[in-house]
Design a protein around this ligand. Structure first.
Ligand code: BES
Ligand code: ZN
Ligand code: ZN
Length: 517
């Protein structure tokens, strides 16, 4: 899909479909229209609401006046009105009151619109009337996000995939041509972000018989080879053994495929001693059977998505590096499956972690924390200013926060606040859960330093975080994101596929990285 900017537009571009936005009249004015004299009400209707149509030819202006005065079309959010004029197909899209149109509202409406218009090859959007009350650049970013994220389909295994017809989106705007460079940069930068999100979605949706641990690492290695400033190191079983990552490797015991630790570093061109260094760590379970603590069939279904944490942090890393953000980033992906054979780790096993702590593995299905534990300790050795991990860690997160909210836990309030702020500006739901001393105590063992599950399932999400915190050294600021709920099937978001990988939280992480750049 190509985005073409047409600035200083005097008319609409000739296209298969022309889309015009319409704002609803503010409720008070609507009331005024009923009660006060007609003349006053008419003035309100043309100045405070309706269709931004300052560059249209006379006849089409008259047609829009008719739409504006229509009894039935109120320009409520998502309401549509279609007509043809002089052979042009025109779609008027209601956006509700402009003053109340939040960025996420616009993203959702444009995502729905993009699906509705996918049968057209070329669509011209009248951008002046498709904006929030915020600035033009923000609305343009939202437009590109909505169209490219909503267009995503995982159809490579379908013999008869239906392709979208939409090839070109022209953005007609009365903004001066002097702004061309700035607005084009918004488009290009947004595409770097949504490309990364769609890349992550592909990884998550890939079936486990294709995306083995080794294949996953290979794909990342090939992908980063194209990015400036990025170095890639892949540790296999032998190297990880040397690193004393026995806790991570214990998860890989029952697998026919080597565990892989992908260690990426992005160093910005302008890096100096003041440049911030952020480490991102991701759970990369290409499949989670539960191991000997086997999952029942129903719960095992879709456990290919148990690597979504690693795909999320990788996408944030990829986008940040492609954008050339001025922040150093270490990205650690802990990749393996959790399979069962006669060598698989048995419950009751006691294993020593890379940091020297011993862990009694009472439930082999609580495996993500074992992988992350060694990865977090390894990440600490890179001496970052902060570490953020993302993982589909606990089913309990869905119980606590539902399927729509990302869980956040941290040892550092400033970092937690900063992440919450980043999520807010990315329009993504994130909520902090506490790590209380009682839960830290509950994760201590009796015959080992730690155990990998708490004494009860209550508060399971934050107890898992309490376990992870044991592997953070030197008081490094650390935050854990449990994306078990938001990693897939965000059917309430029209810019996410109803089923499968969502690609959410990448934009939150990017906001965070930008705030450190
Ligand atoms: N990958 C799962 C977590 C999960 C479950 C994510 C359901 C999304 C949906 C994780 O490895 C797991 O199995 N966790 C256990 C932990 C328990 C044994 C303490 C869980 O949540 O049941
Ligand atoms: Zn598990
Ligand atoms: Zn898991």
């Amino acid at each position: 899909m190509k985005f073409t900017l047409n600035l200083n537009a005097k008319s609409h571009t000739v296209a298969d479909l022309v889309v015009v936005g319409a704002y609803a009249k503010p409720a008070a004015k609507e009331e005024a229209k009923k009660t006060t004299k007609k003349a006053t009400a008419k003035k309100a209707a043309t100045t405070e609401a309706g269709i931004v149509n300052n560059h249209w030819e006379k006849e089409i202006k008259t047609a829009f006046e008719a739409v504006k005065n229509s009894k039935n079309f109120k320009a409520t959010k998502g309401e549509k009105f279609t007509f043809t004029h002089n052979g042009h197909e025109i779609l008027v899209l209601g956006l509700g009151e402009k003053a109340k149109l939040e960025s996420e509202d616009l993203r959702k409406e444009l995502a729905k619109l993009s699906k509705d218009v996918s049968k057209y090859s070329k669509v011209a959007l009248q951008f002046d009337g498709l904006q929030t009350k915020g600035n033009t650049e923000d609305s343009l970013q939202i437009l590109v996000e909505a169209f490219t994220l909503a267009a995503y389909k995982f159809d490579k295994y379908l013999s008869d995939a239906k392709k979208s017809e939409l090839k070109e989106v022209v953005i007609d705007s009365t903004e001066k041509s002097a702004k061309a460079k700035k607005l084009q940069a918004v488009i290009d930068d947004t595409l770097k972000v949504t490309d990364a999100i769609n890349y992550a979605r592909d990884l998550v949706n890939e079936p486990p018989n294709v995306l083995r641990s080794t294949e996953y690492a290979k794909r990342i290695k090939a992908d980063v080879a194209k990015i400036k400033g990025v170095k890639c190191k892949v540790l296999g079983k032998t190297e990880m053994k040397k690193e004393k990552m026995d806790l991570f490797l214990s998860v890989n015991n029952g697998s026919g495929f080597d565990a892989q630790l992908v260690h990426l570093t992005y160093t910005p061109a302008k890096a100096n001693s003041k440049t911030k260094h952020i480490a991102l760590v991701g759970k990369g379970l290409v499949f989670d059977t539960g191991g000997y603590s086997l999952k029942p069939g129903g719960s095992m279904m879709n456990m290919k998505f148990d690597m979504a944490g690693s795909a999320t942090v990788y996408a944030a890393f990829r986008a940040a590096a492609n954008l050339g953000l001025n922040v150093k980033i270490t990205c650690i992906l802990g990749i393996t499956d959790n399979a069962v054979n006669e060598l698989a780790t048995m419950p009751d096993s006691i294993v020593k972690a890379r940091n020297g702590k011993t862990v009694e593995i009472l439930n082999t299905d609580a495996e993500g924390r074992l992988v992350l534990a060694d990865c977090l300790d390894y990440a600490c050795d890179q001496k970052p200013d902060a570490i953020i991990d993302a993982a589909t860690l606990t089913g309990a997160c869905l119980v606590a926060l539902g399927g729509e909210v990302c869980g956040l836990m941290s040892n550092n309030d400033k970092l937690a606040q900063s992440l919450l702020k980043s999520a807010k500006s990315a329009d993504e739901y994130m909520w902090q859960l506490p790590i209380i001393p009682e839960w830290t105590k509950d994760m201590k063992g009796t015959i080992s330093d730690l155990k990998n599950i708490g004494s009860s399932g209550w508060g399971g999400t934050a107890k898992a975080a309490a376990f992870l915190q044991e592997f953070i050294k030197d008081d490094i600021a650390w935050a854990h994101l449990d994306i078990a709920g938001v990693g897939d099937s965000q059917s309430h978001l029209p810019y996410c596929p109803a089923k499968g990988a969502s690609g959410t939280i990448v934009r939150s992480l990017l906001e965070y990285l930008k705030s450190n750049a």
